[in-house]
Design a binder for this molecule. Structure first.
Ligand code: MN
Length: 430
């Protein structure tokens, strides 16, 4: 099915600011609570949220094979499971309904009253029930930086790193939407020069600037996903802040990888931007040397040019952008990640989420974590209000943004924003 929704000549009868992340060419998917406390699946054009459940009930999706309640759900899982043809048909229809030359909904005030919401009338929810969550470690610059700090420049990259996309299975229960505050975790650490571990609040809470992709049902158990098919099982992407406690991580990560240092919270942006909408922003990735094994070899451009930034906003102060990176810096692309993930027969389901790993670029101003930006705390990062940060402090808000832009259009993700709170009160008293 052709992808009419990406037509850059199209404009909408809904107002869209020229710097908006959400022109009519984007048409992301999310889940929100309406002013009447009804949960629904929706999309967004400019600063208008659109209730797809209501649009469907009013007959605007006639002739697209959809179940009656497909959008009247509190997650996108069933819609995602319907597959690429359905996502495309629905995006194309939404583009048509809101096209400046289509008067049907535009001239129906009663329908508009039911379907359209201002952003301050809705509350965004977690868009997917995430079954399984995997986090990769796909940025060579990030892996090199962390390896250099932990093991020295000589042993920065482990011997496997250039041959396979390293990853670990994370925990989906603590993936939360933008706007939900995160408590500083407590745990075991081994401070420098001390023989026995101590227990207490993490002193080194960090962000990780990542993106994550969400899959549809892709294979049966035992059946690998061929690399050239892998992208057809990717529904879309979100911004992903993989909160990390570096001191807990350093003590616990040997030999099985991160555990409690990572699973206290990971925050995602609420609108899933489809891979279809990102199509115009394909680009070449970094050159891969040595050549990957045949099952990881791919043709064409499988990286995407998505500009990323992270900012820190202290309480009662303005934010400071502390890093600017790009999704295209990732050494291992999403198709390689999915092909590798399933090469042993691991089953990939609708609603699974795969994090990219911290996305650091070649330049120190593009590093994707405070661990790297402050080089383990040796070079504090100066903020606009003359404070400085080695890591994240209580009541700081971390904001991540991402967008693609060419001469025709801008497709963005909005933001993921979350505040770090002190250790949870009832824990403190123990
Ligand atoms: Mn991570």
């Amino acid at each position: 099915m052709p992808n009419f929704a990406n037509n850059t000549d199209r404009t909408s009868w809904l107002y869209v600011d020229k710097n908006s992340d959400f022109p009519i060419q984007n048409i992301p998917f999310g889940v929100f609570l309406t002013r009447d406390d009804i949960i629904t699946i929706g999309t967004r054009i400019g600063d208008t949220a659109i209730d797809l459940g209501a649009l469907h009930q009013l007959g605007y999706f006639d002739n697209i094979p959809l179940t009656e309640d497909i959008f009247l759900q509190d997650t996108l899982n069933d819609f995602i499971a319907d597959g690429r043809q359905t996502w495309r048909a629905v995006r194309n229809r939404i583009a048509d309904i809101f096209d400046v030359n289509n008067d049907t909904l535009k001239n129906n005030p009663a329908h508009k009253e039911t379907v359209l919401f201002r952003l301050d009338e809705i509350e965004m929810q977690l868009p997917v029930h995430i079954g399984d969550y995997t986090d990769f470690y796909a940025s060579k610059e990030h892996a090199t930086n962390v390896g250099t700090m932990f093991r020295g420049a000589e042993n920065a990259l482990m011997p496997n790193w250039l041959h396979l996309p390293v990853g670990y299975h994370g925990r989906s229960s603590t993936i939360i939407p933008s706007g939900i505050a995160v408590h500083r975790p407590q745990g075991q650490t081994l401070p420098n020069g001390v023989e026995n571990p101590v227990f207490g609040p993490s002193k080194l809470v960090d962000f990780e600037l990542e993106m994550a992709f969400i899959t549809t049902n892709a294979n049966d158990i035992g059946e690998p996903i061929p690399i050239e098919e892998a992208e057809s099982y990717i529904f879309g992407l979100v911004l992903f802040n993989d909160w990390s406690a570096r001191d807990i991580q350093k003590w616990e990560y040997v030999p099985l990888g991160p555990f409690l240092s990572k699973n206290f919270a990971s925050s995602i942006s609420p609108w899933i931007v489809t891979l279809d909408a990102l199509e115009p922003f394909r680009t070449a990735g970094p050159e891969q040397s040595p050549q990957p094994l045949p099952y990881l070899k791919f043709s064409g451009n499988k990286s995407f040019d998505i500009k990323l930034e992270a900012a820190i906003q202290p309480k009662n102060a303005k934010e400071t952008v502390v890093t600017r990176s790009n999704f295209k810096y990732l050494y291992w692309n999403m198709a390689q990640q999915l092909a590798h993930h399933s090469i042993n027969g691991c089953k990939i389901n609708a609603g699974d989420m795969m994090g990219s790993g911290t996305i650091s670029g070649p330049d120190p101003s593009s590093f994707g974590s405070m661990l790297e930006l402050s080089w383990r705390g040796e070079n504090p990062v100066l903020l606009n209000n003359n404070e400085s940060r080695k890591f994240i402090e209580d009541y700081d808000t971390v904001i991540m943004r991402g967008y693609c832009e060419n001469q025709d259009t801008r497709i963005g993700f909005g933001e993921v924003r979350s505040q770090l709170l002190p250790v949870f009160e009832s824990q403190k008293k123990r």
